[in-house]
Write a protein that binds this ligand. Sequence first.
Ligand SMILES: NC(=O)c1ccc[n+]([C@@H]2O[C@H](COP(=O)([O-])OP(=O)(O)OC[C@H]3O[C@@H](n4cnc5c(N)ncnc54)[C@H](OP(=O)(O)O)[C@@H]3O)[C@@H](O)[C@H]2O)c1
Length: 180
Amino acid sequence: MLTYYTATTLDGFIADPDDSLDWLLRQPNEASGPFGFDDFMSGVGAVVMGSTTYEWVLAHEDGKWPYTLPSWVMTSRELPSATGADVRFASGDVRTVHAEMTAAAGGRGLWVVGGGDLAGQFAEAGLLDEVVVSVAPVTLGAGRPLLPRRLDLELVESAVNGAFVCARYRVAGPLLEDRS
Ligand SMILES: NC(=O)c1ccc[n+]([C@@H]2O[C@H](COP(=O)([O-])OP(=O)(O)OC[C@H]3O[C@@H](n4cnc5c(N)ncnc54)[C@H](OP(=O)(O)O)[C@@H]3O)[C@@H](O)[C@H]2O)c1
């Protein structure tokens, strides 16, 4: 099960144009509440992210890596490895990465941390099972897109956590109007 679990603005951005998350980090939220991070992470066995997200994490965690899980970073560049981290750099077809993550996750779930285009690459390959979003009461007008693809989703459950409206969607596939 591959889940894109993320927070977003109401107008569909996961970071501002300068990759700032200040608008997000000031919002009240309970990590142990509905759709909270703790419960989600307890079911995850491997994570994947793009290089912008990786570099953001390194810059904001004093170079320390916050995850003990096997982690894949998609990049076409040579990037520094985080200290003491199980990070594997990969590029190209996400199907290869999905197979490697599944083998490493020990039957647990897979998390695509971001960004939106990377989640979209998995969706195009038919490998994105769920989108779980926490919607912050903010609009930005521009920034890093949540999921720049045309997809049909099915609402599975929803809740409120602090300032956020949270929802779990099953990925149904390409937008109905695009299917031939
Ligand atoms: N709101 C939230 O909860 C949340 C969650 C996650 C992330 N974020 C933030 O959102 C922003 C996301 O940034 P982003 O939209 O640029 O996305 P990203 O996925 O973090 O990074 C995109 C980059 O990853 C590399 N990449 C992606 N797919 C690849 C592939 N198949 N093969 C090789 N390289 C590949 C490419 O860079 P190179 O090849 O040049 O390395 C690409 O430009 C960041 O600021 C992050 O901190 C927010």
